[in-house]
Structures are given as C-alpha cells and as structure tokens.
Design a protein around this ligand. Sequence first.
Ligand code: NAD
Ligand code: LMR
Length: 332
Amino acid sequence: MTTPVRITVTGAAGQIGYALLFRLASGEVLGPDVPVRLGLLEIPAATRAAEGVAMELDDCAFPLLDGVDVFDDPRAAFDGTNLALLVGARPRGPGMERGDLLAANGAIFGPQGEAIGAGAADDVRVLVVGNPANTNALITAAHAPDVPRDRFTAMTRLDHNRALTQVARRADVPVGDVRRVTIWGNHSATQYPDVFHAEIAGRPAADVLHVPEDGAGWLTDDFVPTVAKRGAAIIEVRGGSSVASAANAALDHVHDWYRGTPEGDWTSAGVVSDGSYGVPEGLVSSFPVTARDGRFEIVQGLELNAFSRARLDASVAELAAERDTAASLALL
Ligand code: NAD
Ligand code: LMR
C-alpha cells in the first residue's frame, strides 16, 4: 500500500466533521487508489464523542482507511499532517454576522497555525472552514510563517456552488451548463458573486440573463443578496447553520486542489492575496482560481467593470477591517 495521506480534521465531533469524515475515508475525494489516515482533533470535552465517530469509521471497513487517531492536543494532531481541515469553531446563530464570531473563534487558530508550522508535513495544505473563515485563515497563516503562503486557503466554495445553482435556475438550464462564476472577497454578506465572466452553455451569462453593465435588476436585487445571505437564510429556515452543503463544498475544494479544476472552468477559493486585482497582499480573499499539480492559481486578466470593482472593494475593505480587529484582539 502507498503511504497514506494524513488528514487532520478539527471539530471532528461536530456537525460538519460528521458529514465529511466518511466521504474522505471512502476515497471519493482524493481518489480510489489513495489511502488516508485520519486525525480527529477536538476539545477535551468532545474527545469521547470523537472516539465514537472513530468507532463508526472503523465499522465502515473502508479499504482505503489506514487508521483513525483522536487528539485533544494540536501539536500531536498536526504532526506529519498533509492536509488540515480546520472546521472546529462555533457556528453563528440567528441575527449574527460571521464576523461577530471573530472574538469567540479567532483564538482557536493561532495555536493551530503554530502547531502546523511546527510539525506538519512539507507539503501541508490547509483549508479553513470555521468562521469567519477568511480572517481565521489569515490568523492561521500568520502563526506559521515558514509554511508557503499558497498552502493556506479559506472556504468560499459553498458560495460558489450556491451561485452556480442560482444562475442555472434563472436560466432554466442544468447546473452543469454553468461555468466560470466567481466569488470575490469575504465569505460574508459583502461577498461579490460575479456572473460577468460566467458562461451558460458556452454563451456569456450576462447576455443570456440580460444583465446590464451596471448590474441593475435581477443581479442587484435578487442574485447577489440571495447568494451572499444564503447562510443566514439556511439558519432561519433550517434552524441551524449549513452542514451537509458545507461539508460537500469543503470536499469539492479539496478534490480540486489535489486533482485539478476541469479544463476551461475555474472555481472560487479564499487564498492569500499576491496583490492581484488590487486586493492588498496578505489578505485572504476569494478569487477565481484554477488548480493544477496541487496548486491553486488566481485567474489573471479578467476585466472588472465599475459595478464589480465597487463590490469587490467593499468586501476587501471589510477584510481589512477584520484583520485590524484581529490585530487589536492580539490574534495576529
Ligand atoms: P459544531 O458546533 O457542530 O461543531 C464544531 C466543533 O468544533 C465542536 O465539536 C467543538 O467541540 C469543536 N471545537 C471547538 N473548538 C475547537 C478547537 N479549539 N479544536 C478542535 N475542535 C474544536 O459546528 P459546525 O456546524 O460543524 O460548524 C463549524 C464551523 O464551520 C462554524 O464556525 C461554522 O460557522 C463554519 N461554517 C463555515 C462555512 C463556510 O462556508 N466557510 C460553512 C458552514 C459552516
Ligand atoms: C454558510 O455560509 O452557510 C456558513 O458560513 C454558515 C453561516 O454562518 O452562514
């Protein structure tokens, strides 16, 4: 058997953890010939529940599952890790914005970043799911200065998938006909889901959907708020924050990171900005990205019209403000 990929999942006894671990172990994400070893990191009060999850993983008899280890110590949990899924964090409740979680959740990510820097494998890749995901990824990266910046990502794939479905519904086409939508900025209500470069069955989405350059009508009144506020809508209707769709998006992100984005398409991910599109270097912002050979690359050269520019700038301003709040809380 080839050497297993070591995957550490934090918050492994939580809801999203439960929805993603079994699919990671099944082989559907990294591939049918890639063995995995799972590390489940929890707070001490939840390690017993994590042991129960480990027992259930055993009971699936997944041929690709090399083993499961439960940890309450980040140093031990991230030792030798190739892939770290940082899910463990409190979800928001009704009436809250995700940024309101910074004070409660931010302190989780510094020690985890330090542990990743201290002991993870040389090829470690990190996906932050716990909210506020972009700024938590920034905190994690800041505590692991020797790990290359392109290994730290935040999840905006759920927003991307939500945008695909909204466009497909509007155009009355199968979701597979929609390509090249983009989520820009923060995983928050200021995010900018962009259809100006999207295609529907090979035609420009803006033409098919009759979207004017100034975004008036459906784009501004319906599409952008529906996607940007979908998390809050799920909380209101379901009575709790998204779980299965979030786990699915995390696995889509990991799948594409390891196995590549489809030819001619791109996805969205929060990555450490290199200054592209005027986003200040170092902020973790969502961009259109392709993945090849295990690396995300920001898609370059897209024209942003005035409407898109203003939306992106507003979301980036929020990211800068979250970074400043994190600094004032001594999280950076
Ligand atoms: P949950 O409350 O069901 O589970 C969270 C788990 O994290 C708990 O088991 C808790 O014990 C554990 N935990 C807390 N602190 C920890 C630490 N320091 N180390 C390890 N584990 C720790 O929550 P959930 O529904 O699984 O959501 C988890 C997070 O994901 C929330 O912050 C939520 O807002 C976020 N989320 C993000 C997205 C996104 O698109 N980026 C989507 C959905 C949810
Ligand atoms: C989501 O987008 O569903 C998650 O970030 C959960 C939330 O708080 O909205």
